[in-house]
Structures are given as C-alpha cells and as structure tokens.
Ligand binder design. Structure first.
Ligand SMILES: *Cc1c(COP(=O)(O)O)cnc(C)c1O
Length: 369
C-alpha cells in the first residue's frame, strides 16, 4: 500500500493560516511522548505557561494552552464567562467577529453587535455610547481580523470597557507573535490565540488567559460552565499547584511544539519579531504597488501579517490561487463572506515572514498574472 505521507508536497504556506512550521518545532514534536503527569512534562508545562505570559504580556496565573484550535479558545472564553441571559456586546468588522456572536448566542447570551464595514476598523467613538446604556457582562472584539487584514484598536476600546464594568474578551488568534499584544496593559479579561499563525506551530492548541477579575466572575457563576472540557476552573487544577489533577490527557507532543515555538519567539525577542513582520509587510506592499495591485485596507490600520489584495478586474482569482499552488508551491487564501472572489489573502506570519519568501511570492504572482 502506498503511504500518502510520502506524497505530501512541500508548500510555502502564505495564506491566512496555518503558517510555515519552524524546523525546531518539527524536531520538538518528534521527542518521545511522556505521561501527562511525568515530572519532566510538568516542568515543561510550567515553562510553557511562563513563556505564554511573556508573549501575551500578562501576569495572569490562569494562562495555559486550551486543547483545540483557535476556535476552541473562542469557545473557552465565552463558555467560562457567559451564563444564559447575560448581555454580550460584540464589535463586528469581519468573519471572526461574526463567529463570536454565534458562539455567544449558543451559550444563551443576549447578543448585541456594533457593526463596521468589512475592511474598516472598529471605531471606539461609535462604541462609546453603547456602553453608556444598560450594562453588558462581556464586550468582545477581534484584534487582528484575518478575514480583511484590519488591525482593530484594542487598547482604545479596552479603556472604555473597564469603566463600564464589563469583562473584555479579545481574539488574538492572528495577532499573537506578529504584532504587539498587551493583555494586562490593555485591560483584557479573556484572551485567546492559536498555535498555527504567528507562532509557526501546527494547528491544535489555543493559548488562553483569564484576568483575576474574570476568574472571580467565573467562580461566582450561578450555573456550571456549559462545556465540561473547556471549564477553566477545572483545567487550572492540572496547569498549576503542587498536586496536579488529571482532567483530560494533554496533547503532550503539541505542547512540546508550542513550547519550542514560544522559546523561538522569546529568543529572537518580541521587538525583533514585530520589526521583522513590519519589514516584510512593507516589502510586500511595495512589490504589489509596483505591479499595479491595491490593498483592501487603508495603510494606517493594516495588519503586517495578513494582506488582503484586491483582485484586478477580469482576473479569475481561483485560477491564480490554483496555479500558485500547483506551479509555484505557494498557498495563499481566498476572500471570505462578502469578500469572496474580491480579494486574495496573503499571510506573512511567524517563521514565513522572511524577505526571501516575499520575493518568491511576488515573482510567482507576477508570472501567473
Ligand atoms: C483563524 C482564526 C480563528 C479560528 O481559529 P482556528 O484555529 O481556525 O479554529 C479565530 N479568530 C481569528 C481572528 C482567526 O484568524
């Protein structure tokens, strides 16, 4: 029987995620699997938590990777903080803000939204009057809206949310490891991300953190957290303390991979990592402009890690993506929702954010167009 693994092509991942995995991370994944209560594994868990705190810029003691992808992090944030009937405000300017409304509504929240056009950022002055009305339990937003390439002003919204008494939930799935994230500095109460975008690990884990304020609200719930698997008040007994209690078997080797990925980020240094992303973004934009291509988002709120390029009139966008993949071994993403068929989404995330990759992509796109 043929082994399909022998036929896996070597693709340069420059879409909205997953991103190119760092070779050190592949080596980490191949280390021997330990028991989930082995002292050597528990020491590695402790260091993983410490590294997560550094990369997220938080002192939150409830900080660990949720077993699951970024969406599991999203579910965990809402499941722990929301009880049926709670009022939740979601700021929506793209696909992932919309997903938050669905997740919160399934938990029985009374969801309201403030909507902004896709491709434009959340505007704090538009949100402000909403927060002057009846109080919300949770206000939620996406930091880096991967569906459009917009960076949202999390710090400015955070400054409005805290005085309003609400808990502030932020999706950092695409921002973590690519641009500054300040969980404590921005007043974030629940933060989640993923392993496979800015951190250059395979998909499977969702870095997650709760503030002390959020933990106090979690412990004061009237109802049990609807998800047993994602209940942070149970998970914390495995992730900290002298006596580690089994909850579910940790994805041991994925945690090795995440640990190595975080170590890589902290060894390079957060500022150097962010500067590398900014530099290759500028290089990409300059190259695209030279080819006469335009970006969807105006320059002051563009994400370095996710670039939405307008598909020129008369071009078959799916055919271009197909040829990039088959002829040039480069994957880029299509538009989502109202942007389907209108943009390409080019990711320069984590390990892939290098000048030679941008050059290779620009040359390939030019050849295909
Ligand atoms: C990718 C992404 C998600 C979902 O993460 P998965 O790992 O695909 O589950 C959520 N929010 C944002 C902003 C994303 O980019």
């Amino acid at each position: 029987m043929t082994n399909r693994l022998d036929a896996i092509p070597d693709i340069l991942l420059m879409g909205p995620g997953p991103s190119a995995v760092h070779p050190d991370v592949y080596r980490a994944l191949a280390r021997p699997t330990l028991g989930h209560l082995d002292p050597a594994f528990i020491a590695l868990m402790d260091d993983t938590k410490g590294l997560l705190q550094q990369v997220m810029r938080t002192r939150n003691h409830v900080t660990f990777p949720v077993s699951g992808t970024g969406s599991a992090g999203m579910e965990a944030a809402f499941a722990n903080l929301v009880e049926p009937g709670d009022r939740v405000l979601v700021l929506v300017n793209g696909f992932f803000g919309q997903r938050m409304t669905d997740v919160a509504a399934r938990l029985g929240a009374v969801v309201e939204t403030v909507a902004f056009d896709w491709g434009t950022p959340v505007v704090p002055d538009v949100v402000k009057p909403k927060l002057a009305g009846p109080p919300y339990k949770v206000v939620a937003m996406v930091h880096a809206e991967t569906s459009t390439g917009v960076a949202n002003p999390v710090a400015d919204v955070g400054a409005l949310v805290k005085p309003a008494g609400a808990l502030f939930v932020v999706d950092g799935v695409t921002s973590l490891g690519g641009m500054p994230v300040e969980v404590d500095g921005w007043g974030i109460d629940a933060f989640y991300s993923c392993s496979q975008k800015g951190l250059s690990c395979p998909p499977g884990l969702a870095p997650f953190s709760l503030s002390d304020r959020a933990v106090a609200r979690l412990l004061a719930r009237k109802t049990k957290v609807a998800s047993w698997y994602l209940d942070a008040s149970l998970l914390v007994n495995y992730w900290e303390g002298a006596k580690r209690a089994y909850h579910h078997t940790a994805p041991i080797n994925m945690i090795y991979g995440l640990y190595q990925a975080l170590l890589n980020v902290m060894t390079e240094g957060l500022d150097a990592v962010f500067a590398r992303h900014r530099d290759v973004h500028r290089q990409l934009v300059a190259g695209l402009e030279k080819m006469g291509l335009e970006l969807l988002v105006r320059p002051e709120c563009r994400l370095p890690m996710l670039n939405a390029i307008k598909v020129p009139a008369g071009v078959d966008e799916a055919r271009v993506r197909g040829r990039l993949l088959t002829e040039h071994k480069i994957e880029i993403g299509a538009g989502l929702g109202p942007l389907a068929g209108k943009v390409w989404r080019v990711g320069i995330m984590g390990h892939a954010a290098r000048a030679e990759n941008v050059e290779r992509f620009l040359a390939a796109l030019k050849a295909v167009l």
